[in-house]
Design a protein. Structure first.
Ligand code: FES
Length: 77
């Protein structure tokens, strides 16, 4: 599996294999992604990956060289 570099919102970066669950990738990097339903329906875990909104609990790290992650902040939460 390809090694992917992930740049997290706190300016840290980590490496993980493509295809790993986002929550696992975050955990390994000591990043906490908020979660709720863990089933893809509530949106609590949304992050932005290279500008695209992804639900972290049901998505895996795509096969790219480098990814920039931002937390998707919803002001109404
Ligand atoms: S935790 Fe609910 S959509 Fe991911």
């Amino acid at each position: 599996m390809k090694n992917v570099k992930i740049n997290w919102p706190n300016k840290k970066s980590s490496n993980c294999s493509a295809g790993v669950d986002w929550l696992k990738a975050a955990y390994d990097a000591n990043i906490e992604i908020p979660t709720g339903c863990l089933g893809g329906s509530c949106g609590a875990c949304e992050i932005e990956v290279n500008g695209e909104v992804v639900r972290a609990c049901i998505a895996t790290v795509p096969n790219k060289e480098e990814l920039n992650v931002e937390f998707f902040s919803d002001p109404y939460w």
